[in-house]
Design a protein around this ligand. Structure first.
Ligand code: FAD
Length: 619
């Protein structure tokens, strides 16, 4: 039968990509259907119950700045919050939250159920309706045909999913869920490039059987950070500590002795795993000189005793997992509640996508999340939001939108994927962004909320909050610029204990704030009480003004010359300052324009500047 309603946007898959995609399309006013295997698993965290961390929190804040759900759900579900790299520069600071998986899921489901224009429907999508290279709808497992203008596929690790525990394997989308095999077959028949990847998860432990007295305790930060720009500390549930354990020589011995029973090492798994989130057997093998690896012992929630031992992801057989766990100090009597496993699944070469995440071969069909070769909830959610937005814009007859690399980590993520593809599960790092100083987690709202508002993603509450903050930043920046401090003033006297040397002449407050020994609170004496987020922003902008301006100049200069054509006979060997590796890459790719050169993996902005200088000299 045909589903009674026709939709603007149909989203398949209720994971992190699918939920953000569906919410984004519905916020834009599109009649949206979220079709998923099981409504109970909407927003489920397949692996580690944690959101954020280095590079990833930047994406979460960008999703938030564009009106998305992930940061808000984290504030409602987070049971431990920390700012990583707090002592380093603002570009690499990152908020990380341990989440209660049940509360997180409930928060996402609440947002989905209360979102106008959004309909939830529990069914597996088994087939796509495609006519004239354009997707028209979806056929569910019971033969219901649902028609829509555009379709977003967010099927995660489920396509052709195979779960491995030791040399045993069975079909599955993740533990406890069925795979998506009919749809996988259908997609394999379409002209996409398909390959296999794998990822894994550790065994879970019963906290009642763990001896915490011998583990290191890791408390959350005080005051507790928030994830969303609209977040409040009083939204957080009770906060708890995490712990740290370590593997040892005995653990490593057990693993070495059983490598032939690992599906990865015996060749049963063909897919490539995440380099930066390796299994314990991978770590022990690759870093053979290390006698110990850290394990972060993380609670799965407030109402459960289950623990997530982060760092011992494994697909070794259960009896080996048991021995490995029991060899660890503090886990001598630990009970495993769920065995660890690896999962292999289909993904599609993201080079078959446009910047909008629409596929190049089938019009109006968008892919987002793990299906594009990424790993991580945050990477999936960010793509979901973009794909949902562009699927909605397509349905509304509008052009696609995608942020540039210098506007957002989301821009870096999509550009990396669609230009370079990926041979292993792709995760975000701050080092992937050339313009890190501009793309901080503290300013994602200043970078994106205005455009989000124009796109129809940002509601009135967020817009009002943002506008107030932006005005307050401008007012305070102006006050600092306009206020002069005399050497004889009360403020100068008070600051004298902090200053390297006393003020010899009058200074603007703005110039004093640039000094490393002073912070905003030192200069805020007569100012009206400021929101800490405003003070933080004013301070970062003042202290890093020189670097930020330089990075902005570089971007502006390159953008002006982006279309500059590179001569076909350009001899890269004759360009001073280029490394051998970059020369080789340029030789091999022979880009047509400066912009294309800059998009080649490993070709740095500095190298593009050298190219530009060389081209100008040639003219
Ligand atoms: P998913 O979260 O997988 O959601 C897919 C959704 O689509 C599900 O709701 C599913 O039911 C639904 N679905 C699938 N097919 C259909 C269909 N045909 N019809 C209807 N609904 C469908 N990430 C890390 O960052 N670090 C890790 O260490 C890590 N380890 C992992 C270990 C395991 C075992 C697994 C399974 C995942 C792991 N991940 C890890 C990855 C992380 O879970 C994913 O990156 C993230 O969940 C991807 O989000 P997604 O929305 O793309 O897909």
């Amino acid at each position: 039968m045909d589903y009674p309603d026709r939709f603007d946007v149909i989203v398949i898959g209720g994971g992190h990509a699918g939920t953000e995609a569906a919410l984004a399309a519905a916020r834009m006013g599109c009649q949206t259907l979220l079709l998923t295997h099981n409504i109970e698993t909407l927003g489920q965290m397949s692996c580690n119950p944690a959101i954020g961390g280095i590079g990833k929190s930047h994406l979460v804040k960008e999703i938030d700045a564009l009106g998305g759900a992930m940061a808000h759900a984290t504030d409602l579900g987070g049971i431990q919050f920390r700012v990583l790299n707090a002592r380093k520069g603002p570009a690499v600071r990152a908020t990380r939250a341990q989440a209660d998986r049940v509360r997180y899921k409930a928060a996402i489901r609440g947002m989905l159920e209360n979102q106008p224009n959004l309909t939830l429907f529990q069914q597996a999508a088994d087939d796509l309706i495609v006519e004239n290279d354009t997707v028209r709808g979806v056929v569910t497992q019971t033969g219901i045909r649902v028609f829509g203008e555009s379709v977003v596929l967010c099927t995660g690790t489920f396509l052709g999913g195979v779960i491995h525990i030791g040399l045993d394997h069975h079909a599955g989308g993740r533990a406890g869920d069925p795979p998506s095999n009919a749809l996988a077959q259908r997609l394999r028949a379409l002209p996409f490039h398909v390959d296999r990847l794998k990822t894994g998860t550790p065994p879970r432990l019963d906290a009642k059987s763990v001896d915490f007295s011998v583990l290191e305790t890791q408390p959350g930060d005080d005051p507790t950070p928030v994830m969303s720009y609209l977040g409040r500390r009083d939204q957080h549930p009770r906060q708890v500590a995490c712990h740290i354990a370590h593997t040892n020589a005995r653990t490593h011995e057990i693993i070495h002795a059983n490598l032939d029973r690992s599906p990865m090492y015996s060749g049963v798994i063909g897919g490539v795993g995440p380099r930066y989130c390796p299994s314990i057997e991978d770590k022990v093998n690759r870093f053979a000189d290390k006698s110990s690896h850290q394990i972060f012992v993380e609670p799965e929630g407030l109402d459960t005793h289950e623990l997530y031992p982060n760092g011992i992801s494994t697909s070794l057989p259960f009896d080996v997992q048991f021995e490995v766990v029991r060899s660890i100090k503090g886990f001598e009597n630990a009970h495993i509640t769920r065995p660890g496993y690896a999962i292999e699944y289909d993904f599609f070469d993201p080079r078959d996508l446009k910047h909008s995440l629409e596929t190049k071969f089938i019009h109006n069909l968008f892919f987002a999340g793990q299906i594009n070769g990424t790993t991580g909830y945050e990477e999936a959610a960010a793509q979901g939001l973009l794909a949902g937005l562009n699927a909605a814009r397509r349905a509304q007859g509008q052009d696609a939108w995608s942020p540039r690399r210098d506007e957002a980590y989301l821009g870096v993520l999509v550009d990396d994927l669609i230009t370079m593809g990926t041979q292993e599960p792709y995760r975000m790092f701050t080092s992937r962004a050339e313009h890190r100083l501009l793309l901080r987690e503290d300013n994602a709202d200043l970078r994106l909320t205005e455009i989000g508002r124009e796109l129809g993603l940002v509601d009135d509450t967020r817009w009002a909050h943002f506008s107030t903050k932006r005005e307050a930043i401008a007012r305070e920046t102006e006050r600092l610029r306009e206020t002069w401090v005399q050497p004889s003033s009360e403020l100068a006297k008070r600051l004298s204990g902090k200053l390297d040397k006393p003020l010899a002449r009058e200074y603007r407050l703005a110039d004093l704030l640039k000094r490393p020994e002073l912070n905003h609170a030192d200069l805020a004496d007569d100012a009206p009480e400021l929101d800490p987020a405003v003070a933080e922003q004013v301070q970062i902008q003042a202290k890093y003004q020189g670097y930020i301006a330089r990075q902005q100049d570089e971007i502006d200069r390159l953008r002006r010359h982006e279309a500059l054509r590179l001569p076909e006979d350009l001899d890269y060997a004759r360009i001073d300052g280029l490394s051998h590796e970059i020369r080789q890459k340029l030789e091999a790719a022979r880009p047509e324009t400066l912009a294309q050169a800059g998009r080649i993996s490993g070709v740095t902005p500095a190298a593009v500047s050298l190219l530009l200088v060389h081209l100008k000299k040639r003219r």
